[in-house]
Design a binder for this molecule. Structure first.
Ligand code: NAD
Length: 262
């Protein structure tokens, strides 16, 4: 039950959605958590209170806007100083925007590149030296099936997630002879605020109610006909931290209700 006892884990974007459930699962497994995301001071305090009540130890909240790499450098440097090193780094934060390339706002493209891709480059490069000194580590990048296949309307998202899968493979190879692994998880549809926004847009565009729009969205590409759950993604993230997966290196592990099997 305490597979990660004593390990320090940073989960980016853990105020919401998949990241929040991964953070809970790692805390349940005994990890000392660093939470992160866009939140007011009050929201961050409430979140830390909830974790403390549930797991008996208070997480640290790292406040950092991932669009600004100077803030990322400062955050990871402070965490290295506070804990000696990060043991588990989950690069989860991400944003979505759907529109044809001709309408895609360049400022959204830049934000997406920064948050979905460059932030992982910066957290990894900053966390690795201390991790290497400890000679143990787990780096898990939350990519997407959009990192494995294309889709019209998602140029920015697809480009960043393909990039993240490439980053994962190269980092894994640089670390192949060490006890540090780097892998990506590629979820299909998971019901989170990021996906609810896409359901809302579909509902409005097609004049559908929420249930009909949800079924239409899933039916677009997920053969299972249902969402992957956040809890299932969190179990996979934990699995990638265990000794059983210490030779799983550089994979882009789909959990997608059969989408990429098609
Ligand atoms: P979400 O919107 O619920 O959570 C996103 C998190 O990222 C939040 O904590 C938010 O505060 C943080 N974030 C956003 N912009 C930030 C910024 N500038 N600086 C710091 N933090 C920022 O999203 P989610 O659906 O849980 O997605 C989590 C990850 O999973 C993303 O990388 C997403 O691309 C990926 N993913 C999601 C799905 C899905 O169906 N939900 C599918 C495949 C991949």
């Amino acid at each position: 039950m305490n597979e990660l006892n004593g390990r320090v884990a940073l989960v980016t974007g853990s105020t919401s959605g998949i990241g929040l459930v991964i953070a809970n699962r790692l805390a349940q497994a005994g990890a000392r958590l660093v939470l992160h995301g866009l939140a007011s001071e009050e929201q961050a305090t409430d979140l830390c209170d909830t974790f403390e009540r549930s797991y008996g130890s208070r997480p640290h909240f790292a406040d950092c806007d991932l669009r600004d790499y100077a803030q990322i450098e400062q955050m990871v440097a402070e965490l290295n100083q506070r804990y000696g090193a990060l043991d588990v780094l989950v690069n989860n934060a991400g944003i979505q925007h759907v529109s044809p390339i001709t309408d895609f706002p360049p400022e959204v493209w830049n934000d997406m590149m920064a948050i979905n891709l460059s932030a992982s480059f910066h957290t990894i490069r900053m966390a690795l030296p201390a991790m290497q000194e400890r000679d143990w580590g787990r780096i898990i990048n939350i990519a997407s099936i959009s990192g494995l296949r294309g889709r019209g309307g998602k140029v920015g998202y697809n480009a960043t997630k393909h990039g993240l899968v490439g980053l994962t493979k190269s980092v894994a190879l640089e670390l192949a002879s060490t006890a540090i692994t780097c892998n990506a998880i590629c979820p299909g549809w998971v019901h989170t605020p990021l996906v609810q926004k896409q359901i809302d847009v579909l509902a409005q565009r097609e004049g559908l109610d929420n249930d009909a729009a949800t079924q239409r969205l899933i039916g677009l590409r997920q053969p299972s006909g249902r969402f992957v759950t956040k809890e299932q993604i969190a179990e996979l993230a934990l699995f990638l931290c265990l000794p059983a997966t210490s030779e799983v290196r550089g994979v882009a592990w789909a959990m997608d209700g059969g989408t990429t099997a098609q």
